[in-house]
Ligand binder design. Structure first.
Ligand code: AMP
Ligand code: MG
Length: 421
């Protein structure tokens, strides 16, 4: 059994940032590009109308030399319509925003400029305009004005936010080379577990850790891969563990203490996973297991065995799995762990003597200082107390982190709170 600080230090020392990966564009959103995105076409790809109106030859307008010019409408072009027919002198095309400018035309006269009720003119009718001095290129977005084919539209290091994803899509990048999204396999072990859509029979309980851990992984921006439930049978656990070792991180719950059916640590060993620690001075979460599967030619898989009780699983996730995922994702050190704050206890709590304790609480701003209100909690199988902490607006869920050695902490005592919200 090792000290909590030592266990956290070993996780931090074992995890290494993942190399960038080629990914489907949308899956990379929120991460940074490792290679630039180049355009595979011009933008716009052709000269494009920027107003609803009439595509004209500016020469016609200039040549008219009067205040009013009259043209014959020879075609109707909506967005998506194309024509190969070039505009002859004295003609124009009715055109909608987003349609390609027809050959021969070089400006768009907005529909508002048409006079005498001719604004509704379609092919075959005549249209008259006032203010005939239209420059070539007016209300036209020229081909390639935004960017040219082959140009770098997003340099390496760009954050793939919504605008960048839209731009990459326009530039034809269906895949990008970007910081890796950490893949986290989640496996629940226990012959008593049934999926949450089932009503458990006597002796069974629902697998709450699976969804809990998948949610925690998702909230960290990583990708959960749910492997469901494996019964407490060596073969079942081994098969599922082998599958989970294909991910960057395998988070397994249940079966890590030293009971007869706790088959997990021997299975990890049989699969080549090297143990980094087993058992930490911590409450809840003492049986937690951590190891690494090293590979010659690929990044290793980090492996966590969390205790089966859901509250223990959550505490261990926040203390050990969270920093590992953050480090693999290349996040800066100040984001590895949940923030901590000092707060004044609202009601008394009990320490665990030899081990640090994490107790669910609600953190709120009191008169000047923060206050930590312990929540009723029946122990490590109780998620109600943990979930209740976020129900009241203006308060944040957290854990009161009591150091080893303390016994009873009275109201008003200065304690440390790990803030979850
Ligand atoms: P274990 O760590 O396997 O000894 O399990 C400790 C306790 O947690 C037992 O009461 C289990 O039934 C319970 N438990 C184990 N896995 C889960 C799970 N996935 N969801 C909810 N409870 C679980
Ligand atoms: Mg079990």
């Amino acid at each position: 059994m090792i000290e909590l600080a030592e266990a956290i230090a070993r996780v931090e020392a074992t995890a290494r940032p993942l190399p960038p990966r080629r990914q489907v564009l949308l899956e990379a959103c929120g991460r940074r590009l490792a290679e630039p995105v180049l355009a595979d076409l011009d933008s716009p790809p052709w000269d494009k109308a920027m107003m609803d109106g009439f595509a004209v030859r500016d020469a016609d307008c200039v040549a008219a030399g009067s205040d009013v010019v009259e043209l014959e409408v020879v075609s109707d072009l909506a967005a998506g319509d194309v024509t190969g027919v070039s505009l002859r002198p004295g003609t124009c095309a009715r055109i909608m925003t987003g349609a390609p400018i027809p050959p021969g035309a070089d400006a768009v006269v907005p529909i508002e400029r048409a006079v005498d009720g001719t604004a509704t003119a379609h092919a075959g009718a005549r249209v008259r305009f006032v203010e005939t001095k239209y420059r070539a290129g007016q209300h036209v977005a020229r081909q390639g004005i935004a960017f040219r084919r082959g140009a770098v539209v997003l340099p390496a290091g760009s954050m793939l936010d919504a605008a960048a994803v839209g731009l990459a899509a326009e530039a034809g990048a269906t895949h990008v080379f970007a910081d890796a999204r950490v893949r986290v396999a989640i496996l629940s072990t226990g012959s008593e577990l049934v999926p949450c859509h089932d009503m458990p029979r006597h002796g069974q309980i629902r697998n709450s850790n699976g969804p809990l851990l998948a949610a925690a992984v998702t909230l960290l921006g990583a990708e959960p891969i749910s492997l469901g439930v494996a019964a407490d049978k060596p073969e079942a656990i081994r098969t599922a563990v082998a599958q989970g070792l294909g991910a960057d991180v395998l988070v397994l719950s249940g079966g890590v203490s030293t009971g007869d059916l706790d088959l997990v640590p021997p299975t990890f060993a049989a699969c080549g996973v090297d143990q980094v620690f087993h058992k930490v001075k911590l409450k809840p979460g003492k049986p937690v297991w951590f190891g690494i599967l090293r590979r010659a030619s690929a990044p290793p898989t980090l492996v966590f065995g969390l205790p089966g009780n859901p509250a223990s699983s959550l505490v261990c996730f926040e203390l050990f799995v969270r920093p590992a995922i953050r480090i693999l994702a290349g996040s800066p050190r100040e984001t590895w762990h949940l923030p901590r704050r000092r707060a004044a206890l609202v009601s008394w709590v009990k320490g665990a003597g030899d081990r640090p304790v994490f107790l669910p609480c609600r953190l709120r701003k009191g008169a000047g200082a923060f206050e930590a209100e312990p929540l009723p909690w029946t122990g490590s199988s109780d998620l109600l107390g943990m979930a209740a902490a976020s129900a009241i607006p203006g308060s944040l869920p957290g854990f009161i982190a009591l150091p080893a050695g303390g016994d009873r902490y009275e109201p008003g005592a200065d304690v440390e709170v790990v803030v979850r919200g």
